[in-house]
Design a protein around this ligand. Sequence first.
Ligand code: F1P
Length: 345
Amino acid sequence: GDTLRGRLLPEQGLIQMDGVYQFQEKLLNAQRIIIIGCGTSWHAGLVAEYIFEELARIPVEVEYASEFRYRNPVITERDVVIAISQSGETADTLAAIKLAKERGATIFGICNVVGSSIARETHAGAYTHAGPEIGVASTKAFTAQVAVLNLIAIKLAHKKGLLKESYYHRLLNELNEIPRKIEDMLKSDAQSRYIAELYKDAPNFLYLGRGYNFPVALEGALKLKEISYIHAEGYPAAEMKHGPIALIDENMPVVVIAPKSGQYDKIVSNIQEVKAREGKVIAIVNDGDSEIAKMADHVIEVKDTMEVFSPLLTTIPLQLLSYHIAVMRGCNVDQPRNLAKSVTV
Ligand code: F1P
């Protein structure tokens, strides 16, 4: 419709957008959106930075809440802060919200847990309703957060007159297709399991991505660290030459997130650079990508989608890869050591 009111993803639970509807003028007039969160929620914020700036042309900053709360940030009343948290109880995020509120910003929350502390502290919000996260590490919360942020960006862009009607409808229709595509991918995880078996004893992993999939590289590395205790780093692929390339040899598995995109040729060059140094390339590609299949050691295929939605799909095999590696290493995937579901201190 012509408002921001909307509901989405009936198969996965509802994303309720009424909070966004009440808040739309603030978002439309925001001089800047500051997104804060920790861990996986921060990664969802990074994806949103690309989407908001691309579609809605609103300047976005993304900050770790754990840093933001101790800084002396410049905040004005025309800033809107979007706080993202699965649990809604993360102490750093809560403290960052209070600081931004004191300085006059309007705070919008994206939480999974209804009635949580963060949900109560914010001026308005949208619940992700992703269902309970059984494990400590965020998984479906991430895709739900990215879906909500996508929907907000699309609705704002439409309100601002920045989207052609046909493109706007294409975006919404495709977003509605995502749950089905994810479901299909969850059913066919044999390739992730096979690759997990080959690399489960690697001491290090590198994850590379560009654009929308740079935050996915960070998230893939975080999931591996959290549940498999393997050291992993995520990097923008274009940064590889500025340092991490020194790490690459025949013992380094490099996961390259490389679906079709505006930067496809660039990511192909990055794969060539890794192969020239004998790194092992595990590439996440679109169905039927024969070009990368010729170069990579392994490929995992994901369904085609529009570029803005690609993180919703490319994240899934990375979660599965971490899951299988963790299980094969005898780790408790639901209760990783040293990690708490809500970091309340
Ligand atoms: C943030 C977070 C999670 C992570 C772990 C520790 O939680 O960093 O992303 O997987 O559970 O906490 P939240 O604010 O999104 O609940």
